[in-house]
Design a protein around this ligand. Structure first.
Ligand SMILES: [Zn+2]
Length: 69
């Protein structure tokens, strides 16, 4: 039930910027295949330690939101 006239803006967005980090050295990962995420799982590689794979550590750069512990 949405009323017209007052648009609602939600803060939560599935497209929020997330930085993908290397699980080994926490260096910023580069995307591997351009087809990743569509035909095949998106793979990433690390220029720092040479890691390559689909596993990464997510880090959100939003300020003010502390991770729950
Ligand atoms: Zn690395």
């Amino acid at each position: 039930m949405e009323s017209a006239g007052k648009p609602r803006i939600t803060r939560k967005s599935p497209l929020k910027p997330v930085i993908k980090l290397c699980p080994k050295c926490l260096h910023v990962l580069k995307r591997g295949s351009k087809l990743g995420g569509w035909l095949i799982p998106q793979d990433y590689y690390c220029q720092n330690c040479g890691y390559r794979g689909i596993v990464f550590v997510e880090r959100s750069d939003e300020v003010g939101e502390e991770p729950k512990q």
